[in-house]
Design a protein around this ligand. Structure first.
Ligand code: C2E
Ligand code: CA
Ligand code: CA
Length: 483
């Protein structure tokens, strides 16, 4: 700690358990002592002390509680001579695991020991307390410049982190800190708390043991994300989603054999948003389940319309891991198909390979049920993940889609070209059809044809397009084939 720092008693950590309970001279204390004094003159002082402790201190850790912290924050802001100060949120990393694995009693003990370490920062010119759960606060008056403040915050973290031996278990504890500063980040308690909370949230996102100072960029990002999530939640009701269909070409028949349906979102505020940007948000917020049902129903309707043409066409629907792991997924597909079961064999479900399939048995079981309904299953994005072979062995796929990142340099990179043939042979040995996606030029098409690939998809064949355009493409190619 810096020599210059004043040792101000009023800012030191107060803890009733350690005989340091504050005097009952604050606003509440005066009121209560007056009130109780009239009724029970003898027991007045111990009762008032007890009540004061209950009002101002956290019963578990003995540190000042949220009420005290808020009072202190307001008084720091109001105080004329204090100048600037830092407000820090300190949160224990992965505390939920301690509660979950070792139980709440050990969790409580860890909180007390953590609070002890915080309380033992003797001589530090700061005021600390427990805000809620595993979140603590440190207010640090007269905060130095950013560099020094970061140094001090690191020292606080170093003191609080490390091994905690509790009930025979050694917990390796780290914590994260979010910091806001008075007056540069705000001049009201609400603003300082909100901004420290935003900074803490950012620190948590970066990983364990991180310290983040609030800045406007984080705030702007957060506001944008919140707006984005809000817009996304309303998108289905506002009819902002629509589907495009990208054709797939079959080498054997020399014709378009089907389409992949690709979801689009058009929002008045955000414009056209790529599924790569909004699907992960929908997965995180749970919206993907209703969005996924919309995609399935629309795609199946398109498929039924295609079924009215002479040739059979397949429609592939992308399904995320979150959708697949939901117990309602298979019943939802079943209900969609029940409207026209004779078309079920034309429905393909694409499951991305990057999906971390945690429970192979559960996924395999669901896939078997879908297959019994006649649905075909594709392993999407093959070549981007790392457990491809175990997927192929354990899950009964019908089709494998080689990712476009694998295809894009097939015409320029000898190594990629060399492994394509054995890769396709391997897939065939598993009885899988192979679709290559992202074909943009003739050379790529020729290489894949020579390697024995079954189908291709990409801008060379056709970009994703509306239902209307897709039907137009089909009718023109069918005329071409007849003539
Ligand atoms: P994906 O399943 O790998 O889809 C193929 C992506 O590659 C599409 O991007 C498509 O427009 C693009 N693409 C197709 N051909 C070419 C080409 O020749 N060159 C290039 N550079 N790109 C090509 P899009 O539409 O942006 O979709 C991105 C991803 O979003 C999809 O990747 C899929 O994982 C996901 N997605 C799309 N629709 C849905 C959906 O309804 N549900 C779920 N869960 N995910 C979806
Ligand atoms: Ca796909
Ligand atoms: Ca893909």
């Amino acid at each position: 700690m810096t020599e210059k720092r004043m040792h101000r008693k009023s800012h030191q950590i107060e803890c009733p358990g350690k005989g340091a309970a504050g005097s009952a001279t604050n606003a509440n204390g005066s009121f209560l002592s007056g009130l109780l004094g009239n009724f029970m003159p003898g027991k007045r002082s111990s009762l008032v002390r007890d009540l004061h402790r209950r009002i101002n201190f956290d019963m578990l850790t003995g540190l000042p509680n949220r009420y005290s912290l808020q009072k202190k924050l307001s008084s720091l802001i109001a105080s004329k001579d204090i100048g600037n100060f830092a407000f820090m949120f300190i949160n224990i990393d992965s505390f939920r695991n301690v509660n979950g694995i070792s139980g709440h009693i050990e969790g409580d003990q860890l909180l007390c020991r953590f609070a002890d370490r915080l309380g033992s920062l003797d001589g530090w010119d700061l005021f600390a307390g427990r805000f809620s759960g595993d979140t603590f606060v440190v207010m640090y008056p007269g905060c130095p410049d950013s560099k020094k403040l970061m140094h001090e915050a690191k020292e606080i973290l170093a003191r609080l982190s490390g091994e905690y031996a509790i009930g025979g278990t050694k917990h390796d504890v780290t914590a994260s800190i979010g910091v806001s500063r008075f007056p540069s980040d705000g001049s009201s308690p609400t603003e300082l708390v909100r901004k420290a909370d935003i900074a803490l949230h950012q620190a948590k996102k970066l990983g364990n043991g991180r310290i983040v100072f609030f800045n406007d960029k984080i705030d702007k990002e957060l506001r944008t994300n919140v707006r984005f999530e809000r817009n996304l939640k309303k998108a289905l009701l506002r009819d902002e989603f629509f589907l495009e269909y990208q054709p797939q070409y079959d080498f054997k028949t020399g014709r378009i054999s089907g389409f992949e349906s690709l979801l689009r979102w058009k929002n008045p505020e955000c414009g056209i948003v790529s599924p790569g940007d909004f699907i992960p948000v929908a997965e995180r917020t749970g919206g993907i389940l209703t969005i996924g049902e919309f995609v399935m129903r629309k795609s199946f309707l398109f498929l039924r319309k295609l079924g009215e043409l002479e040739d059979p066409y397949s429609v592939s629907v992308n399904v995320s891991a979150v959708q697949l792991s939901n117990p309602d997924f298979v019943p939802m597909v079943s209900s969609v198909i029940s409207e026209s079961p004779e078309h079920a064999h034309c429905l393909h479900i694409e499951i991305t390979e990057t999906v971390n399939i945690r429970s192979f048995d559960d996924v395999a079981e669901k896939i078997r049920t879908l297959k019994k309904m006649g649905v075909k299953i594709s392993l999407d994005d093959f070549g981007t993940g790392y457990s491809s072979l175990s997927y192929l062995r354990r899950i009964p796929f019908d089709e494998l889609k080689i990712d476009k990142s694998f295809i894009c340099d097939i015409d320029s990179d000898e190594q990629t070209k060399r492994i394509m043939s054995p890769l396709i042979d391997l897939a065939h040995s598993f009885n899988l059809k192979v679709v290559a996606e992202g074909i943009e030029n003739r050379e790529q098409l020729d290489i894949l044809r020579n390697c024995g690939c079954d189908k291709i998809q990409g801008y060379l064949i056709g970009k994703p397009a509306s239902e209307e355009v897709s039907f137009r493409i089909l009718s023109s190619t069918r005329i071409m084939h007849r003539t």
